[in-house]
Design a protein around this ligand. Structure first.
Ligand code: SAM
Length: 245
């Protein structure tokens, strides 16, 4: 066993907090960019909410966000971390090393997401308006870095057990759900968000195919109730009702 010296521990201060369409973890796509209708903002906190800190950032279209999976257990202590995790992409049973995964259960709970920058609002502090983020509201963000495609885009890279985006399922709305949606001022973007989120089949990985069970995913101020049904030989997501959360 290599006897590497134990490096010192570090204390990190969040520079901002996410406000997003996702009040809960359940239902959030497993990577950014899979639900481009998802709205999010990164609101910088004092003393980092200085407009000078984002001068020039408007010239970049995408950002790396480093953040804390604050709703996952803290595993930073040696006796609490687990070297193996069960990626949903492998059906939730097969195990891989935590460092071979993007699991939220990891020693320092650090997440990394590439998100699209839509707008920077510095009228009162600093608010970065984002598109396609995969972060629950309240997520503490530790750092922002501009994305450099010439250095970081590697389409030739091998991606192990996650070689491409997850399969997309068809999504249908019941008459009741369609009627509720039509009454909403945000009906267009909300309808798009519901389709993009449910198309990822947010159910636990071990749940496949049609089943009678009803699920609820929180989006914006709503609870979107859905189930998986069989349609033309495939599994389809049926939105049964949309109710205030
Ligand atoms: N793109 C990031 C990465 O690779 O580090 C996140 C990938 S992780 C698989 C995405 C999942 O993290 C989402 O589906 C959601 O359930 C979960 N998540 C989002 N924000 C979180 C938070 N603040 N705490 C814990 N889990 C969170």
């Amino acid at each position: 066993m290599i006897d590497a010296p134990t490096p010192p521990r570090f204390t990190l201060s969040p520079i901002g907090v996410i406000e997003s369409d996702y009040p809960d973890k359940f239902g959030i796509p497993r990577q950014p960019g899979l639900a481009t209708a998802a709205r999010a903002s990164l609101v910088l906190v004092p003393p980092f909410n200085d407009p000078l800190a984002v001068r020039g950032l408007e010239d970049f279209s995408h950002l790396w966000l480093t953040f804390v999976f604050h709703l996952s257990p803290d595993q930073a202590d040696a006796e609490r971390w687990t070297p193996l995790v069960r990626p949903p992409r492998l059906g939730g049973n097969a195990k891989v090393g935590v460092f071979a995964s993007r699991s939220t259960y990891r020693p320092n709970r650090l997440g990394l997401s590439l998100v699209e920058l839509v707008e920077i609002d510095t009228r009162r502090g600093v608010r970065l308006v984002l598109r396609g983020a995969d972060l629950v509201s309240g997520t503490p963000v530790l750092d922002i870095k501009p994305y450099l495609p010439w250095a970081e885009s590697r389409p030739e890279a091998r991606a192990g057990f996650a070689p491409e985006a997850p399969p997309q399922l068809a999504v249908a709305f019941s008459a009741a759900a369609s009627a509720t949606l039509a009454e909403r001022p945000d009906s267009d973007s909300l309808g798009e968000l519901i389709i993009q989120v449910l198309a990822q089949d947010p159910r636990p990985a071990y749940r496949q195919g049609a089943e009678t069970r009803t699920y609820g995913v929180r989006l914006r101020d709503l609870d979107v109730r859905f189930r998986a049904v069989a349609a033309e030989g495939a599994t389809c997501m049926e939105v049964m009702e949309i109710v205030p959360a």
